[in-house]
Design a protein around this ligand. Structure first.
Ligand SMILES: [Fe+2]
Length: 437
């Protein structure tokens, strides 16, 4: 028996779930924020943003709309770009003290994730590690419903507005980790592509590569039919593996990224490209919120967490930091070279969607398909002017063990990969990612 080309395995999972995100997408939609909050019965809301965005148009538009709807609003602009355990705690203190009945986030993934964490810990106070994914944290379930959160992304990347995931950097453990729960998914995502018009080129490159990896990883993740059937439907994980629903969004996001990514990076005035990439980010966000990502993201947590000196143009320069999308993409060609043999046709389709010429490669060997898909990603990396691999953000052969340790503990993501991964495999993947050109 099969479902949409997924062969069912006796005793294994035979169903997948779809928890759709609620979205309004289009130019000008940020101006609707107030009316949406009113409809959600909010009277006093916290608006989360970062120090740079606090003085820019998207925040001004959102505040005007919220106040015009008669909703009281207080701004928190101390979100840390690439949040940490310390910055999550600070944001939580703000949320606890404000008697808020709703939350708004205006910014990139860092802002949206910080807002998710703050409203969670303000509503159900606990030690930070309580809800953090095991084995880094205790992995406790979120106890109940959360107040409404309207997420307004200003980059075209993270997809955080569509997911129940919040990621942060644990400073003591030097590792990125996260909180994952369906309850953390924002009540509404307001996606206004005009917000991306003023983004610097390198921010579009980093966030666009995040989009591309969300789509590629969701499309190639372990199939949902490979998981054992859970005892109860409630135990079906949020990262359930690739499935017919996530495939639709992933493939279309790849096609849009292939068409618009380079244009969106290099020309801020190309509104068609930036709008197309925003829609790709939304579709990829829906797909990975449903299927889950795998190895490039698992590895990225170590790449970002162990950073020493790297600073990225277009981002705050006061401390070393690898932007999320860069920390992900540097691993991708090495990973997809390794995963191609698990589903060569699927990897070939993905490469074609990204723009690779695959006319004459039907029936190609799995190794050749791996080379094609990794090359199309490398070509896009070179076109966008990002680092040439893990080496390009400051790591050497001597760091492979530490990187492996930081990545292998990302169990939720490692288990969602289509290949079995132990320490030796992880280290080989990092070695293959040191330099692509
Ligand atoms: Fe991501």
């Amino acid at each position: 028996m099969s479902c949409c080309h997924y062969a069912l395995v006796p005793g294994n999972e035979s169903a997948f779930s779809v928890d759709p995100a609620t979205i309004a997408f289009g130019p000008g939609v940020l101006g609707e924020a107030g009316e949406h909050l009113k409809a959600l019965s909010c009277k006093r809301v916290a608006l989360f943003t970062d120090a740079t965005l606090a003085g820019l148009e998207p925040v001004a538009v959102a505040l005007k709309a919220i106040r015009a709807a008669g909703v009281d609003v207080e701004v928190y602009s101390e979100v840390h770009v690439e949040p940490t355990d310390a910055s999550f705690r600070k944001a939580t203190e703000f949320a606890k003290g404000g008697r808020f009945d709703g939350y708004v986030s205006v910014g990139g993934g860092s802002v949206i994730d910080t807002c998710k964490a703050a409203l969670l810990y303000a509503t159900y106070p606990a030690e930070l590690r309580a809800y953090v994914n095991a084995p880094v944290g205790d992995g406790k379930p979120v106890p109940g419903a959360l107040p409404p959160h309207v997420a307004c992304p200003t980059t075209c990347g993270t997809g955080s507005e569509c997911t129940g995931i919040a990621v942060f950097d644990d400073l003591a453990l030097k590792v990125k980790t996260g909180i994952a729960s369906r309850r953390l998914r924002p009540a509404l995502a307001l996606i206004d592509p005009t917000c991306t018009r003023t983004l610097p080129s390198q921010v579009v490159a980093a966030s666009g590569f995040d989009v591309l990896c969300h789509a590629l990883e969701s499309y190639t993740a372990r199939p949902y039919t490979a998981r054992p059937r859970p005892d109860k439907p409630a135990l079906r994980p949020m990262s359930q593996g690739r499935n017919p629903w996530s495939d639709v969004g992933s493939l279309e996001a790849l096609r849009l990224a292939g068409k618009y990514f380079v244009r969106a990076v290099h020309d801020a005035n190309d509104s068609e490209a930036r709008e197309g990439l925003s829609w790709a980010a939304t579709l990829a966000g829906i797909a990975f919120g449903n299927a889950g990502v795998h190895l490039p993201h698992a590895m990225s947590y170590a790449v970002a967490g162990l950073v020493r000196e790297y600073r990225c143009p277009g981002y705050p320069q006061h401390e070393p930091m690898v932007p999320h999308g860069i920390s992900v993409i540097v691993n991708a060609p090495s990973v997809f070279r390794a995963t191609a043999p698990t589903s060569p046709e699927r990897h070939l389709q993905a490469a074609a969607a990204l723009g690779a010429d695959v006319k004459d490669v039907s029936g190609a060997s799995a190794g050749f398909v791996g080379a094609i898909v990794s090359q199309v990603v490398v070509d896009l990396m070179r076109a966008a002017g990002v680092p040439n691999g893990v080496g390009g953000v400051g790591y050497t052969e001597g760091d492979l063990e530490a990187l492996t340790r930081g990545a292998i503990v990302q169990k939720r993501l490692v288990d969602n990969a289509p290949i079995p991964v132990d320490d030796a495999v992880m280290q080989a993947l990092f070695r293959g990612a040191l330099s692509y050109w």
